[in-house]
Write a protein that binds this ligand. Sequence first.
Ligand code: C2E
Ligand code: MG
Ligand code: MG
Length: 608
Amino acid sequence: MSPAVSRRLKQYQIDFVEQDSFFTEQWTLYPNDKPTSVMVVFSGIWLDDGRMGMQCEVVDQSANEPDNIRSAEALLHTDVMITLYSIEGNLLYMNPAARKAAISSQHAFSDIFVNSADYENVMTAVQGNGEHRLVARAFTGVGARWYDISVKRCADAVTGNPAVLITAIDVSELKVARDKARYLADRDQLTGSYNRTYIQQHFETLTSAQSGKCALLYFDVDKFKKINDELGHEMGDIVLKQLASRARKLIRSEDLLARLGGDEFVILLHEVPSSEVLAHKVNDLQRSFGQPIRHAATHVNVTVSIGVTTFEPQETEFDTVLRNADIALYISKQGGRDQATFFNDELGAIDKERRLIETEIKRGIEENEFVLYYQPRVDLRSGKTVSVEALVRWMHPDQGLIMPDKFIPICEETGMIEDLGELVLKMGCRQALEWARNGVDIGVSINISPRQFLGNRLIDALKEFARTPDFPQRKVELEITENVLFGDHRQIAEKLQDIAELGYKIAIDDFGTGYSNLSYISRFPLNCIKIDKSFVSQLPESGPIIQLILTLAKQVGATAVAEGVETQAEYDWLFSEGCDQVQGYYFSRPVPLQDLQPSLANCRIPLS
Ligand code: C2E
Ligand code: MG
Ligand code: MG
């Protein structure tokens, strides 16, 4: 007898002591050195001296070999766990693999399932079509494990009574690996919330079982870029994690939080009973987000803008729901941030119109419908035109002349300003070049929008022009608004420095309307300060402010230009206060190139 067989038989004997049972196995014996397949039934018999004896009944099955021998061997050596229970669930047989893993040698079928519902499902199937397959957690000698279990109804070969045959393999490692892979694919790694792909792919399943209305909240952190820029990305990450964890605390387990990317999150709320309940929930979230976020020695206060939309679950697609929530979020941002907006049909109509304008602008850019008007800037002492400001106009084929306030803000929001701004820059620079080549001594001011200034394309375009033969950089001035100067100081200073080094001039436009932090003025290479027309139109009350700006301009060596000069009185006042240049309807409105000639009369450099 091999040590393994000996161990097994000893184990049987121990089992017999604990329970009144027997085991049937297929064995290969070698009578007269001839392999013979036999069925051996092992059963326990108490001996008179109190010891447990083992009775082995051998049934010759040689008629069935050799397949039986092989199958019996396979059963003994396979890692697949095979167990036979009576239909009542009593244990009849375990192969060695099943025996090794079993919770005990004496258990009922129902005992192995961690989840009793699994057992019930199995038995229902067995009573029905007679078989079932499932992956379930099972109790084993080493704790709960994941099993892939196949169940088949059969008859016990010994008694002929109905029985269930269980084949099981341990898939715990596989299951853990698969769960982990799924977790990684479905989740956002930073915050642990679901990701965009998950909510997009599962939206239908997530909402299809709902009977009532659902809601989608779309929120993002106000001025998140500033937090990242000023406090570092680590703090930025902490803010996102904190907000996600606060949101999770306030939603129910059936609701869902997903991070769409960056600082944008959505919350899917199931079955919203009423708009009051929804408003309440939104309020709670906002209050929670508003609490200070602490990390190490720092703490930061953030605010969040929210867009909310409700929808009928079966009728609405994710893209539509998200867009409506996004429109509402946009309104929250427009309204000054730190607020929630609920989507309604009116907002939908406004958005539709905006998107129409957007496509129109794109078309207009492609069709070259944008042109430049020029407004002269006049030197107060000599009365001569020293430069012109290029102001863009849209010559719309149906609507005629459209002013910039109708389309510049939309271009700025959508990013189209980079295209339009580049177009304007090209037109302005080409005109400056043409004047220079024709001996017309005049400067050209070109407005640069904040987004265009912060974008990547401006410097490249400026470099390209600077390389063009005869190009008069010193005659080209870029007008940027005051607000641009309030972002990341180093980045802005570097960009201004690059522009100055290329030889272009820089003006601050609409000066006095931004958040005045005068300390930056002296730190940047600025050639010109343009006093906003609102101050000029309020003269003489605004006199002291203009005087202040004029002093400041002198201090930093910048040319002072007053915008929006419409009257002789304004002109006289500015003249007496020593302002350098003026621009306004008093001299000329912005005009198309062909109407500009009279103003240029004094700009011709006499040929020697
Ligand atoms: P801005 O750069 O401050 O331009 C001056 C605005 O004041 C122009 O309006 C001009 O027509 C107007 N203006 C000039 N003189 C007077 C006056 O005496 N009285 C009054 N009430 N207004 C006067 P416009 O052309 O409608 O442009 C408005 C704004 O649109 C500009 O303000 C500028 O911020 C922006 N803009 C215009 N063209 C461009 C462009 O090509 N690119 C960018 N990014 N912005 C532009
Ligand atoms: Mg301007
Ligand atoms: Mg201005």
